[in-house]
Design a protein around this ligand. Structure first.
Ligand SMILES: Nc1ncnc2c1ncn2[C@@H]1O[C@H](COP(=O)(O)OP(=O)(O)O)[C@@H](O)[C@H]1O
Ligand SMILES: [Mg+2]
Length: 306
């Protein structure tokens, strides 16, 4: 009797080759090879969600019906553009999607992300969401916190973060600039920390693949900053038990199969998660150093769900 093979759709453009590429090629090609070894899975590659169209109850790329898949795995930039997100979210009504679109969104938005960390009791900086109408309340926070950071809610690479120490600047950036936009501002307490103790981690299938730190080329004064948005420039770091624990708790709280965290160490020695990543790096050299097989963990994510 013929076995009914599960249908798996893929969209994993190659980093450096395709503008939406995110997964480092040695890992990407090893993952694709490994997927092909599973006879019980039928693979459909290059299913670019930006090309998909919703027609009545189903989703298509040309004549291919994505809604007939059992699972759709994507690892690419651009998921948060409104059109693309609508495609992914509606696909997930019927098909298992990795990464799960709502979980991905929760992780990407710094407001919802820090809300989740706090609600799960995971150490993260104090934060506030405030509109220009309530600018007075930000003065109180400044008094309490000493220094605060104004962060773009969907920022990355450390770009666009403003460090504020005085009320005049707060009044300008929130009170004046914010009035017309009627948008809220995401503020975070600045935690004085030793940048040499900064640690990032990539977590897949509830396993830490490796820890890393950024090289001085990606550090500007008090923060990790990558103005060219290149990524990389990392060195292997062995995370402490406490750091590992924070990363695993975050992965569970967000229900993200693939995630990353940035952790800082405050002057009193306490660790805080300052950022949750939804498309973390798969640095092949670091995986060699940690000895954790990230490709097997990616396969594990799929096995758990079909
Ligand atoms: N609350 C904070 N206190 C001190 N430093 C911080 C804080 N938040 C972020 N940083 C520093 O700024 C860097 C960039 O902030 P992050 O929130 O990770 O933004 P992005 O998503 O742009 O990477 C962090 O890696 C860290 O070095
Ligand atoms: Mg970051």
């Amino acid at each position: 009797m013929a076995i009914l093979r599960k249908k798996i759709g893929l969209w994993i453009p190659e980093k450096g080759k395709h503008p939406a590429g995110k997964m480092e090629n040695p890992v990407r090609s090893a993952f694709l090879q490994r997927l092909k070894k599973e006879n019980r899975w039928e693979l459909f590659e290059d299913l670019d969600f930006t090309r998909a169209v919703i027609k009545s109850g189903s989703i298509y790329i040309d004549d291919f019906c994505l809604s007939d898949l059992d699972l759709y795995f994507w690892y690419a930039k651009g998921a948060m553009l409104s059109y693309n997100y609508n495609i992914l979210k509606n696909l997930a009504r019927k098909v298992t999607v990795i990464n799960d679109p709502p979980a991905y969104y929760r992780g990407l938005d710094k407001l919802s992300s820090n809300m989740i960390l706090h609600q799960h009791g995971i150490a993260a900086p104090e934060f506030a969401f405030i509109s220009a109408r309530n600018v007075d309340q930000s003065y109180k926070l400044l008094e309490q916190w000493g220094t605060l950071l104004l962060k773009p809610r969907q920022g990355s690479f450390g770009i666009g973060i403003v460090k504020i120490n005085d009320q005049e600047t707060l009044r300008d950036v929130i009170g004046h600039l914010g009035k017309e936009a009627d948008k809220g501002f995401y503020l975070e307490r600045y935690i004085s920390n030793d940048i040499k103790k900064w640690c990032g981690m990539t977590v897949v299938n509830n396993q830490i693949l490796f820890g890393y730190r950024k090289r001085p080329t990606k550090i500007a004064d008090w923060r990790v900053l990558d103005t060219n948005k290149e990524g990389g420039d990392v060195d292997y770091v062995e995370p402490t038990t406490e750091q590992r624990d924070l990363a695993l708790k975050a992965a569970q709280a967000f229900q993200l199969d693939i995630t990353g965290v940035d952790i800082i160490m405050a002057a009193d020695g306490g660790y805080y998660i300052v950022d949750v990543h939804t498309l973390p790096g798969f640095f092949p050299e670091l995986m060699k150093q940690s000895g954790v097989d990230g490709v097997e963990e990616l396969i594990g994510c799929i096995k758990n769900k079909i």
